[in-house]
Design a protein around this ligand. Structure first.
Ligand code: SF4
Length: 280
């Protein structure tokens, strides 16, 4: 199987079989991210993808879901994505759905009708690394889109009833006593209908641009306690009913629940767990 760089998938996709269709990230400019720092973005040729699909077939075991690598496979054109799904379904008829990471702007080059075709072709359960709904934070972190883009693009997924996960990056604004990042993100997310919101907690990588900013005194990270308080604000302001998944390893306090049914319990749990240590 072709594989360039690290295999990066959300934990809930750990059982999906992966298939490389791009390598690197088409954006590769987010200040806090070093995942694909030294990898130049490339789209895999169909011959190479077909070779890997054939190898999966030859391996002989059946699986229901495929995860397309790498950072933003959904940024590929609709035509290319439909070619990929056709190859998958022809060779691996037991595959029921295809997942991948997307950026918010991965959907800009796709109409609602194209997204319907992609859903019909099996694309579902897309994980969108939104991170924030606060325009200042998005600009500062070089995310390449604004809050209004999140609304425009997620509306297309909602219209097609495409299942998706949004990521909230806890602590991304640095010191933020008024919790503007949490409030604005909750406001934007509340206007969408995600299946799940995954909580990631910001860890500053030593080789990231954000680390440079921190060294220059331009970014002051939150302590774990401040992140915990920010997360409480995010949960309290959220109005969309969805699963909250804070079970991955970046989170100091791990929890999972549904907004409508478990919000009080989740908030109460976070309130009780005041942390002492300072980390970033
Ligand atoms: S956070 Fe996502 S979009 Fe940004 S550089 Fe990293 S992989 Fe690319």
């Amino acid at each position: 199987m072709h594989n360039t760089g690290r295999i990066i998938r959300p934990p809930f996709e750990a059982r999906s079989t992966y298939l490389q269709v791009t390598c690197g990230c088409s954006h590769n400019k987010c200040k806090y991210c070093t995942y694909y720092k030294n990898i130049s973005y490339q789209v895999s040729p169909n011959e190479e993808i077909l070779e890997d699909i054939q190898q999966l077939k030859d391996n002989g075991y059946t699986f229901k879901r495929i995860w397309l690598q790498s950072a933003d496979a959904l940024s590929l054109s609709t035509k290319k994505l439909l070619e990929i799904s056709k190859m998958i379904h022809e060779k691996l008829p037991f595959v029921e759905s295809i997942g991948a990471y997307a950026r918010v702007d991965s959907f800009k080059n796709k109409t609602t009708e194209e997204l319907r075709q992609l859903k019909d072709a099996g694309y579902d359960g897309i994980t969108v690394g939104v991170e924030s709904g606060d325009d200042c934070v998005l600009r500062r972190m070089n995310k390449g889109y604004a809050g209004r883009d999140i609304l425009e693009q997620m509306k297309k997924l909602d219209e097609n009833r495409m299942k998706y996960t949004l990521i909230f990056l806890n602590g991304l604004a640095g010191k933020d006593p008024k919790h503007v990042h949490a409030t604005k993100t909750a406001q934007i997310f509340s206007k969408t209908r995600p299946y799940r919101i995954m909580i990631n907690s910001l860890k500053i990588d030593r080789e990231s641009l954000l680390e440079d900013e921190m060294q220059k005194g331009n970014f002051t990270p939150m302590t774990d306690d401040e992140k915990r308080e920010e997360l409480i604000t995010f949960l309290e302001k959220l109005e969309t009913d969805t699963f909250i998944d804070a079970t991955n390893s970046t989170n100091t306090i791990k929890f999972f629940g549904k907004v409508r049914e478990n919000r009080d319990e989740m908030v109460e749990n976070l309130r009780k767990r005041k942390l002492k240590q300072k980390t970033y």
